[in-house]
Design a protein around this ligand. Structure first.
Ligand code: PLP
Length: 426
């Protein structure tokens, strides 16, 4: 592919796959002395050729005027844009086949910037439960202090349950956002995105303004689930997880229509929640191997889930690959996702003492929160990531003291099984 065709997506009549486009899409070597890989643009600001050009660019990036036909936003200042995050944003959008992507300093920065763009005082966020603890805290504590209310629903496969929650939310104010995390972390609960977008239509008819459907797709990632194809308006990501994939960076992303993402970018410029060029560069490198990492981790996860299911010290394994036809989540899973991914939960026989005994004996799997890295991480959500979730809700969703979450890495799977085997011998 010629460097002038750096946004080419097809060869002949074939549309190129994201894993192919990750090697070069959005970057023109001709603009960087022919360098095969993009340099890191460590610059806070960009030089204008003339004062008029400066004025034009500023008016465009700050949203005071619309782009003229074919005009691209030029580079102004690294809080607004920078070559590294422009390339990264193009590639993040490729995974979801979205019109536009945007990247942020963390997954929480992406979620907070997005919600602050579309919610104002008096509005209500209707959301699935459980949510990642940080998102729950953002909605319950931070946004509520700005007069933005919230209401939750737990069974995202039951239209009547979600509709009832929507009616309760509309009693509180204008529902501006339906926010869902699917699969839920750490329970694997699924939200039917068709139900969610139908409820958004219903709320829109009642209110006269349709709420946006926003899906946190961190757990499966765009390799295995593409919410925009199933009625979501925006997908949000902790890129810290599978996209980064090496447990060595913090970043977030959003994909969706040019109009919605453009509005979020305006908020990002105001808040300063953009991503730095070094981390963008690391993510560009990581995205080149995302597909193979994800596939290998998913294959390892299936083997571990099967091993754990057959072990007498394990009472239950919540692995989406084990869903049976009589489970209402099965049809939703088959429609929305192409793989169970590599993060799942299981229950150790007993309670916290037995779960801790097992965790403390592990030699290879690392005891840490986070997920989606090359190495296997394991944690006890009830006492760590989800300790802030009120006890009755934890009980309701099965987040008990014997629950352990594992994010399976890309190690040799028999080595991982050897570690689990010896750790369960307590
Ligand atoms: N969403 C989900 C599902 C997560 O698991 C996390 C982090 O664990 C986040 C969002 C927040 O991402 P970050 O830690 O990159 O801010």
């Amino acid at each position: 592919m010629k460097s002038s065709n750096y946004k080419q997506r097809t060869v002949g009549d074939r549309t190129l796959r994201p894993e192919t486009l990750m090697m070069g899409f959005g970057y023109s070597p001709a603009l960087s002395e022919g360098a095969l890989k993009p340099p890191v643009f460590l610059t806070s600001t960009f030089v204008f050729e003339t004062a008029q050009q400066g004025k034009d660019q500023f008016d465009l990036t700050s949203g005071r005027r619309q782009a003229r036909d074919g005009e691209q936003a030029g580079l102004v200042y690294s809080r607004f844009n920078n070559p590294n995050f422009e390339i990264l944003e193009d590639r993040v959008a490729v995974w979801d086949d979205a019109e536009r992507g945007a990247v942020f300093a963390s997954g929480m920065a992406a979620i907070a910037t997005t919600l602050l763009t579309f919610c104002k005082p008096g509005d209500v966020v209707l959301h699935s439960r459980p949510l990642y603890g940080g998102t729950e805290t953002l909605i319950r504590n931070t946004l509520s202090a700005f007069g933005i209310g919230s209401a939750g629903f737990t069974d995202g496969t039951d239209p009547e349950h979600v509709e009832a929650a929507a009616h309760a939310a509309m009693e509180q104010g204008t529902v501006s956002v339906l926010f869902a995390e699917t699969p839920a972390n750490p329970t694997g609960g699924l939200i039917d995105l068709k139900v969610l977008s139908d409820v958004a239509d219903l709320v829109g008819t009642r209110q006269g303004k349709r709420p946006l459907v926003i899906v946190d797709n961190t757990l499966l990632g765009p390799m295995f689930q593409q919410p925009l194809r199933h009625g979501a308006d925006l997908a949000v990501y902790s890129l810290t997880k599978y996209a980064g994939g090496h447990s060595d960076l913090i970043a977030g992303g959003v994909t969706g229509s040019a109009e919605h993402v453009g509005r979020i970018v305006q908020t990002r410029s105001a808040l300063g929640t953009q991503l730095d060029p070094n981390t963008c560069w690391m993510l560009l490198r990581s995205l080149e191997t995302l597909q193979i990492r994800a596939e290998r981790a998913a294959a390892n996860a299936r083997r571990l889930a099967e091993f754990l299911r057959d072990h007498d010290k394990i009472t239950q394994v919540d692995y989406l690959g084990f869903l049976t036809a009589d489970d209402p989540r099965k049809a939703v899973f088959d429609r929305q996702s192409t793989s169970p991914g590599s993060t799942f939960s299981f229950y150790v026989k007993g309670g916290e003492p037995e779960a801790f005994a097992f965790l403390d004996r592990l030699q290879l799997c690392k005891l840490a929160v986070s997920l989606g890295g090359t190495e296997t991480l394991i944690c006890h959500p009830a006492s760590t990531t989800h300790s802030g979730v009120p006890a009755p809700l934890r009980e309701e969703i099965g987040l008990t003291d014997s629950l352990v979450r594992i994010s399976v890495g890309i190690e040799n799977v028999d080595d991982l099984i050897a570690d689990l085997t010896q750790a369960l011998d307590f």
